[in-house]
Each structure stands twice: as structure tokens, then as C-alpha cells.
Design a binder for this molecule. Structure first.
Ligand code: HMG
Ligand code: MG
Length: 332
């Protein structure tokens, strides 16, 4: 919410879990979303309307959306936005089918969420390199952009006769600082061109994904300078860092200096991308909240509560607890 200096986007329930091999029950995912909401997180990425053949773990996303609309948040301290990935019109259609059954249960863009009505946001996802676009979306960048243009337009300006309200759309660009197939050689000018195309298509926000965690402070700076000189405003950007090489918070500091105030993170550092071999988790939300607190930045999130959630979900999916700050807080 705009009262906070920093907006965090909690991607654990989607980006964090999508790569888990064992199917995680919808009830556990809903429990995770509920617990995260209670910590004060304002924006939670809750699922993905993608092909279940490509990402089986996201298969229950309709059920998740339906449950979230049927049960408005009761004890969350802040109004909530739930975000869902959609790769194409088929994904949008699956989301809209659920939304049209609960037209009074959420707010439509540009209305802000309220305590009793969450906002629903969609996210499309492009890539900065051709090889990653093929691996993740089975098409080249130009084709993906023309599909996203259609998806964004249909989401933001639904036909008059449809029961669907206008929705906010975020647009990811993956592998902006390194690609599992093309290495470090990702051209910042291509990122700027893709970002501009997505903003012109109507995207409300561009999330720059360092999918492989190969970003460094100087290269993050180079990228953000290039975007600024291409006319992309800091307020339209979010950073999505992965901590594979332990550089996520260093890169976050660089992005803060460039005026960026929206950051993605994943509770317990869960995650990895199924089409990015070897990619580890997103930067842990606990580490991000702690870092922002040391800078005097308000995230609206209760760190101790978040650590409890991180410890709980790690046990639940049988993983070691991946947040450095979380382990320190627990004295473990
Ligand atoms: P395709 O095979 O080219 O699709 O996949 P198609 O249009 O040819 O359709 C093939 C089949 O898929 C058909 O079914 C369609 O109905 C079905 P069949 O007739 O064979 O039974 N299909 C769908 N089913 C459900 N939902 C849909 C959908 N679309 C088609 N939306 C496609 C193209 C885009 C669908 C596929 O490549 C896909 O689902 N990709 C998603 C991959 C993904 O989710 N990756 C992870 C998210 S991105 C990420 O994690 C990075 C990020 O976090 C940023 C960062 O970390 O940097 C965002
Ligand atoms: Mg990611």
C-alpha cells in the first residue's frame, strides 16, 4: 500500500513452490498465503494459470483463486493484492472464469484493495533472451510480446458485454542479468526495448528478474542506467532478485539508489525456475525485511511473524530453513 516506503511482493506461494517435485496440497498453499497475509505482506503472488504439463505444481491455481475470493482476509493488518501469472489468453480465460463467479469479492483496477476486498492482479512474463523465451514459453520474444499485448488489453479493457472488470497487470522480464543458456551476455538495451514494449502495451509495472542470480552490483547499475536513459521510470520498475551467488541484497542496495521501491522476495528463500537449470531460491523475504529495517525503510511486515512462517513452510515441504536472518533470529 502507498503508505509504506517500500512495497514488497511476496512470491513464495508461486515462484517459491513451483519447482517442488512433490505435489503440495492446495490446503498447505492456502495456509501459507493466509499466514503471509497476517505478517503484513500487502502483495502475494498466489498461483499461475500456466499449462499443468509445463508446471504441474501450479495446477490448483483456480481452486486457490476461488478460495481467496470466497474467504476475504479477516485478520490481515493491511489490505491485500493477490497476483497470478498468465502466459496467454487461455490462462487469462481460466482466471476470468473464476473472477466472474465472484464479481463482488474483489476490487478492480484502479480501485485500491480494502480490508474486506482484495485486489486481483495478473502477471505476464517475457524473457530478455531468445533461448530462455523458448525454454519457458515455447516461442520467440516477438511472438510472446504480441501475445502479451492481447492479454494485457483483454485484462485491462474487457469487452463491454463481459462480466469481467479491468485488472492491473504486471509484466516480468526474466534473465535480465544472466541467462542459463546465454551466460552473462544479456544486452541491457534489449531489456530496455522489451520493457518499453510492455509498458506501451499497457503493463502497470515491469518486474526485472535476475532469474539465475548472476547479477552483480556494477551490472545492476549498468542495467538500471540503461533503462533510465531509455525513459523507463524507476516508479514503473520492480526488482526480482535471486540469491544464488549471495548478491541479492547488494543488488537491492544499488536498485534503491536508482529510486526503485518495489522488491520481490520469497519467504524462507524458497524457489527456483523449472526452466532455469541450477537456479536456487529468490532472495528470502526475511532477509529483505531485515535489510530494509536496517535502512530505516518501512515494509509494513512483522519480521518475527515472518520468521515463524518461514520455519513452518520449510518443515512442511521438508527443506532446510533457507533464510540467513531467519536462522539468526531463531538462534539456530
Ligand atoms: P505450448 O505447448 O506452446 O502451448 O506452451 P500450446 O498453445 O501449443 O498448447 C499446448 C497445450 O497446452 C494445449 O493442451 C493447451 O490447451 C494447453 P492440449 O490440447 O495438448 O491438451 N495450454 C494451457 N493449459 C493451461 N493453461 C494455459 C495453457 N496454455 C496452453 N495457460 C505455454 C505454451 C505458454 C502454455 C507453456 O510454455 C507454459 O505454460 N509455460 C509456462 C512456464 C512457466 O510457468 N514457467 C515458470 C514461470 S516464469 C518464472 O518463474 C520466472 C519469474 O519468476 C521471473 C524470474 O524469476 O526471473 C517470473
Ligand atoms: Mg523467480
Amino acid at each position: 500500500s502507498s503508505d509504506y516506503r517500500i512495497k514488497l511482493v511476496e512470491v513464495g506461494p508461486r515462484d517459491g513452490l513451483q519447482n517442488e517435485k512433490t505435489a503440495i496440497p492446495v490446503s498447505v498453499k492456502l495456509d501459507l498465503i493466509d499466514r503471509l497475509a497476517k505478517t503484513g505482506m500487502t502483495t502475494i503472488e498466489a498461483g499461475a494459470f500456466v499449462s499443468p504439463k509445463w508446471v504441474p505444481q501450479m495446477a490448483g491455481s483456480s481452486e486457490i483463486l476461488e478460495h481467496l475470493l470466497q474467504h476475504p482476509p479477516t485478520s490481515a493488518p493491511n489490505p491485500l493484492t493477490y497476483s497470478f501469472l498468465v502466459p496467454n489468453l487461455k490462462g487469462l480465460d481460466s482466471a476470468v472464469q473464476v473472477l466472474t463467479r465472484y464479481p463482488d469479492s474483489f476490487t478492480a483496477d484502479p480501485l485500491p484493495p480494502t480490508q474486506s476486498k482484495p485486489a486481483i492482479e495478473l502477471a505476464v512474463f517475457a524473457a530478455a533472451t531468445e533461448s530462455f523465451s523458448r525454454a519457458n514459453l515455447n516461442c520467440d520474444i516477438a511472438t510472446s510480446l504480441s501475445r502479451f499485448r492481447e492479454v494485457i488489453q483483454a485484462a485491462k479493457e474487457p469487452p463491454k458485454d463481459s462480466a469481467s472488470p479491468p485488472l492491473r497487470v504486471r509484466a516480468y522480464i526474466s534473465v535480465v542479468l544472466g541467462c542459463p543458456f546465454e551466460g552473462y551476455d544479456v544486452d541491457p538495451h534489449s531489456v530496455a526495448r522489451i520493457a518499453t514494449a510492455l509498458l506501451e502495451a499497457g503493463a502497470d509495472e515491469i518486474a526485472l528478474g535476475d532469474t539465475t542470480g548472476m547479477g552483480t552490483a556494477p551490472r545492476t547499475q549498468e542495467l538500471l542506467r540503461c533503462l533510465a536513459s531509455a525513459g523507463v521510470r524507476a516508479e514503473d520498475l520492480a526488482m526480482h532478485f535471486h540469491d544464488t551467488y549471495g548478491q541479492a541484497l547488494v543488488n537491492t542496495a544499488v536498485a534503491l539508489e536508482h529510486g526503485i521501491r518495489t522488491f520481490d522476495c520469497s519467504v524462507a528463500g524458497l524457489g527456483g525456475c523449472p526452466y532455469s537449470p541450477g537456479a536456487t531460491g529468490n532472495v528470502a523475504s526475511e532477509d529483505m525485511v531485515y535489510f530494509m529495517e536496517t535502512l530505516g525503510m518501512d515494509t509494513g511486515v512483522d519480521l518475527d511473524g515472518l520468521v515463524d512462517v518461514g520455519e513452518w513452510i520449510s518443515k512442511e515441504i521438508g527443506r532446510g530453513y533457507g533464510s540467513v536472518v531467519g536462522r539468526a533470529v531463531l538462534g539456530a
